[in-house]
Unconditional design. Structure first.
Ligand SMILES: [Zn+2]
Ligand SMILES: [Zn+2]
Length: 260
């Protein structure tokens, strides 16, 4: 028997074939380890003499049990293409929540930074992230239109909304182009992964450490990102706090203890 090879190149490059690719890679690694072990075994046999134990031959790894391969058309299958388009369309809403979260926590303005001025980079990592998102959206629009660059129109959040909507409409065409689909797809994945916890349409629960539930005294407070209420995660404890109440409690905890 020899190593079986698999064609990963023509598979859908999306998430549907992740387990396929992972199993093939695991098999390839196992096979490489087997070949080394087998080589060593042959050396051991050549050097064998009584009364040494006869070396055991290493076993060849079994071929992986793979899911049915889904080809890319040309790069992603239609399900994964649809999923990418949907992820792209969620970036706008997630960016809004992200901005609101950081405003609420730090009292900073969404328009603190002027586009294109490197020196005046805002100290807020949120604005920097969203600025990067906006640049990314604009660079794809420019690439699509075949021009060098596009400057920002309007405010940061408006520009993100417009840029996202513009690309969503053209996502299928971009994904149908084998030269760029993969770059586009993986960058959409990256942005989505970065902003997913702010996506208001996905239930993302943030565990709030640092403050005990006023009712059951456990560190089980949690909040859906974007919500302004905090709930207790202890079964049977239905305590609900407003975000403001929670922040007040957090302030209390952070205060240095006064010596009585
Ligand atoms: Zn797929
Ligand atoms: Zn509780």
């Amino acid at each position: 028997m020899s190593q079986r090879t698999y064609d990963l190149e023509h598979l859908c490059q999306g998430a549907c074939m992740n387990s396929y690719r992972r199993k093939v890679r695991t098999y390839e690694h196992a096979y490489a380890a087997y070949q080394t072990a087998h080589h060593n075994w042959r050396n051991d046999i050549a050097a064998w003499h009584a009364p040494m134990m006869w070396p055991t031959e290493p076993a060849e790894p079994a071929e992986p049990r793979l899911p049915y391969p889904v080809p890319g058309s040309p790069v992603y299958c239609s399900d994964c293409g649809y999923a990418l388009k949907s992820k792209l369309s969620k970036l706008d809403g997630a960016a809004c929540v992200y901005l609101r979260e950081s405003d609420g926590l730090r009292g900073q303005s969404g328009e603190a930074k002027v586009s294109g001025s490197e020196e005046s980079r805002s100290p807020s990592p949120t604005i920097d992230d969203l600025d990067d998102l906006d640049s990314w959206l604009r660079s794809w629009k420019a690439a699509y239109l075949g021009i060098d660059s596009l400057s920002r129109q309007g405010s940061l959040s408006d520009s993100i909304s417009l840029g996202t909507a513009w690309l969503v409409v053209r996502a299928e065409r971009i994904l149908a182009n084998p030269d760029i689909a993969r770059y586009f797809g993986s960058e959409v994945e990256e942005w989505h992964a970065k902003l997913i916890r702010y996506d208001p349409s996905d239930v993302v629960v943030e565990r709030l450490k640092g403050v005990r539930c006023p009712e059951c005294k456990s560190f089980t407070l949690q909040r859906r990102v974007g919500d302004d209420k905090v709930t207790c995660g202890t079964p049977k404890c239905d305590r609900v706090l407003t975000l403001v109440e929670y922040r007040d409690l957090l302030e209390e905890v952070k205060k240095p203890r006064r010596v009585a």
